[in-house]
Design a protein around this ligand. Sequence first.
Ligand code: PMT
Length: 409
Amino acid sequence: MLNKKTIILGVTGGIAAYKAADLASKLIQSGASVRVIMTRNAQEFITPLTFEAITSSAVVTDMFQTAAEHRINHIALAEIADAVLIAPATADIMAKLATGIADDMLTTTVLATRAPVILAPSMHTQMYQNPVTQENESRLKARGFYIIPPATGRLASGGYGPGRLPDTEVIIGHLKAVLGRSGDLAGMNIIVTAGGTQEPIDPVRVITNRSSGKMGYAIAEAARDRGARVTLISAPVSIPAPPVVDIIRVETAVQMKEAVQRAVSGADALIMAAAVADFQARDIAENKIKKEKGNLTLELTGTPDILAELNGDFLKIGFAAESQDLLENAQRKLIAKKLDLIVANNITEENSGFGSDTNKVTLIDKNGVVQNLPLLSKREVADRILDQVVRLLNLKKSNNNPAQKNTPA
Ligand code: PMT
């Protein structure tokens, strides 16, 4: 989604300025065109040459010098920007922007642009928490600037608290969320489940499966990037939470069911990519089961079927992980669970299904096979599923409002 987007990266003079090099590099790797503007103070921490090498573009360091040397007038970058991202943003730049001061190329560009402006504040905790900075932040937010909350952690000053520049992936997640605000899922409320639930046997052991959460997390990110408000209900996984997605962490099938039931009120679609355990221990041992007991027989009972038991005015999308009779079994689940769409997942294919980065799936709706997809990255699969969500939501809308059907496009 960053492909062919023009990002103006403003770098201001904080200790985290060096991290902006990694940010510029990752943006370039994602296909974005990056133009860097550095303040005078930023150049005390890192040289323009670093950014020129990374972006293969001249770095703008001074308004007048630049105009002469690079023939860039003072609003040229403002006009070509898809987004202006200031990372790190110091207390100083926040104060200037909050009060409308435009005395260098960065502030001038921000004042002149129609593109969204995103700031990643980074400074000592006391400076960030100072009422002046907080007031500036509130003003900026009120004027439509997007603020990425600083991370909490160890600071260059030796202290600990909020004020760290978030990781590059987090900043890029926020940037994508902003750029996706007018996407085809804008205003939609999408609930996604992911990961394998864990059913306890005793205080240290669980019954679980090999789900890594990658498929569900990819759907959550893709929906966010297309403008949706996303709630991700996640069983335990070891991958990072996608930024700008509300995450609810659960362990068992029963907890997932309760979380889903709460989340679907007001939802437009529920996408259940989670591998929910079908069985749970009938009795959970209070103490660790001792090995000396020799063979162990566990009595298992069924877990609630979350999808089958849910009804409401939202799309219900399920997955079917199958090792045989893929399409028949998936179609049977589509009907039994009253789904609008099922993603038939052939887990016998190489590099497909549990744990892999790719998936080979067939999308089936009430009328039969919609798409038989080749092996794709989980992110690409996520986008193909969301294409169907958009189609089904539009269909639902026109069925609810038949007059629209006859309106010429
Ligand atoms: O997490 P990854 O490593 O990326 O792997 C992705 C995946 C293989 C886990 C995922 O793509 C997938 O196929 N998820 C569904 C796996 C599964 O449990 O399928 P199922 O056939 O058992 O269940 C059918 C549907 O009912 C699923 O949408 C499931 O979430 C839902 N279900 C299942 C059991 C249950 N008690 N309640 C449910 O709602």
